[in-house]
Ligand binder design. Structure first.
Ligand SMILES: C[S@@+](CC[C@H](N)C(=O)[O-])C[C@H]1O[C@@H](n2cnc3c(N)ncnc32)[C@H](O)[C@@H]1O
Length: 206
């Protein structure tokens, strides 16, 4: 089964699931919103069912949000239609196929995705190539390598069974290094606590 097909199976459940830590989620939304203006062009990779893209939509000119799961995107499009949102373009697309845009984006989001990718630096470079000089990248990444207990040891087994998506167990230091290797400058980083995702605000060179 392909990775996209695995995520297709999760789509309906993902859409119904409550946000696990609403306080942190809202803080991430608000921090991102501070870099957005009504003329902003926002790019989101691995957008899932579109919750974050749709939250930002009223504050920007245009959003391009992509995900390789057609089921996730189908739900996202339905949510946009139900809400009467017309400035979000939801695209079925693998991150590796992200095209260079004709007009650069101002801000990019990579939420809950880098720990699922074999080469986060390559992805961050690809995203950075889509941004204007001085544009912003926001990411939120589960640092599996920093978790105690059995989790890090079970990951290779879980990935091998293909019951769960492939995981890349990185430490917080490795996630930061991946951003820096992509040419990004870290402006801010925080985590709600041990085991919580690492949120990073970074900037492309001016
Ligand atoms: C944990 S969910 C996060 C969804 C959303 N960003 C959020 O924060 O709720 C990960 C998403 O990444 C997508 N995804 C994983 N690998 C991908 C890839 N290589 N290309 C495009 N989408 C991918 C999955 O389909 C899934 O929707």
């Amino acid at each position: 089964m392909s990775q996209a097909a695995i995520w297709d199976r999760f789509a309906k459940g993902y859409a119904k699931r409550a946000i696990s830590d609403p306080e942190s989620y809202n803080r991430k939304l608000e921090q991102t919103a501070q870099r957005l203006t009504p003329s902003s062009r926002l790019l989101e990779i691995a957008c899932g069912t579109g919750t974050t893209a749709l939250w930002h939509a009223p504050n920007v000119a245009h959003v391009r949000a992509s995900d390789f799961s057609s089921q996730m995107i189908a739900i996202a499009r339905q949510k946009a239609e139900d809400a009467g949102v017309t400035n979000v373009e939801f695209v079925v697309e693998a991150i590796d196929d992200l095209p260079r845009p004709e007009a650069p984006f101002d801000v990019a989001l990579a939420m809950s995705i880098l720990h699922l990718l074999p080469d986060p630096t390559a992805t961050l470079r690809r995203v950075t190539d889509c941004l204007r000089p001085g544009g912003y990248v926001f990411s939120s990444t589960v640092c599996l390598r920093d978790m105690g207990g059995l989790v890090p040891r079970l990951i290779p087994y879980l990935s091998w069974t293909r019951l769960l998506p492939r995981l890349n167990p990185m430490s917080a230091d490795q996630v930061i290094a991946a951003h820096e290797a992509a040419g990004l400058r870290i402006l801010d980083r925080w985590s709600a606590g041990p085991g919580s995702a690492l949120f990073i605000e970074a900037q492309t060179p001016e």
